[in-house]
Design a binder for this molecule. Structure first.
Ligand code: 8X3
Length: 247
């Protein structure tokens, strides 16, 4: 039996990998895209999907991903991205900013652009994985907040541009998620600093929690568009209002 196609970028870890697994259980054939081939091949074997090595900042990789996905795409989860550094603007390394904008913003836009004909043919759903950081800024994160705000703005434009097409345009915007690598990458492999992000926080979101939200947005009836799904752990009432039990 032919399964509908779901494409997930950034599928080698964290929210992307959890989303690939969840969509597979929902009956999709998942095209798992990421830079780390060994990881996505293992994932594809586990969920009976397909692996496509893809760096979303490389136009030839993105074109090859769209080609491999085929003529009809039911779901595109543009998830590849992340945060780098915690510098204030006074000390910012703009190379980090370029990488964040290249992956989170232009990488997502390029993936959407390349997959758009197949998404139209498949009456598909686009889901970006943004962040509450794109809605409310916090200190030491201007580059990341800026990139996620730009991704959010881009999706609002896209929804207007595609209103005559049978394509839905959704954003899932998580708050604090304790995922495999997000904080580790942000702190350049410093496990102590990464662990401190979650210290004393009872039950931060898991990558599986976010994957469930993405799957919900991706499987609503065709007339239902989840514009934005903001999801936080219960103990995070706002970006700066995070309950820590040992604080
Ligand atoms: C991740 C959420 O609060 O670390 O996008 O910016 S936060």
């Amino acid at each position: 039996m032919t399964r509908p196609i779901a494409v997930v970028t950034g599928a080698s870890s964290g929210i992307g990998r959890a989303t690939a697994r969840t969509l597979a259980t929902e009956g999709f054939e998942v095209v798992c895209a990421a830079r780390r081939t060994d990881r996505i091949e293992a994932l594809a074997a586990e969920i009976d999907g397909r692996a496509v090595t893809c760096d979303v900042t490389k136009s030839e990789d993105v074109a090859a991903l769209a080609e491999a996905a085929g003529e009809r795409i039911a779901v595109l989860v543009a998830n590849a991205g992340g945060a780098l550094g915690t510098d204030h603007i006074a000390d910012a390394d703009f190379e980090d900013w370029r990488i964040m904008f290249d992956t989170n913003v232009i990488g997502s836009a390029a993936t959407i652009q390349a997959c758009l004909p197949a998404l139209c043919a498949g009456r598909g759903v686009i889901v970006t994985v943004g962040s509450t950081a794109g809605l409310v800024s916090y200190e030491g994160a201007a580059g990341y907040c800026g990139a996620k705000a730009a991704e959010h703005a881009m999706m609002m434009s896209l929804r207007l541009e595609l209103v005559e097409q049978p394509v839905r345009v959704c954003e899932v915007l998580p708050g604090l998620v304790e995922s495999d690598e997000f904080s580790l990458v942000r702190f350049r492999g410093d496990t102590d600093k990464a662990a401190k992000v979650y210290a004393g926080v009872r039950n931060p979101l898991t990558q599986e929690d976010v994957a469930s939200c993405i799957a919900f947005a991706a499987t609503c009836p065709e007339h239902v568009n989840i514009d934005q799904l903001v999801v936080r752990p219960r103990v995070q009432a706002a970006a700066h209002k995070l309950l820590r039990e040992d604080a």
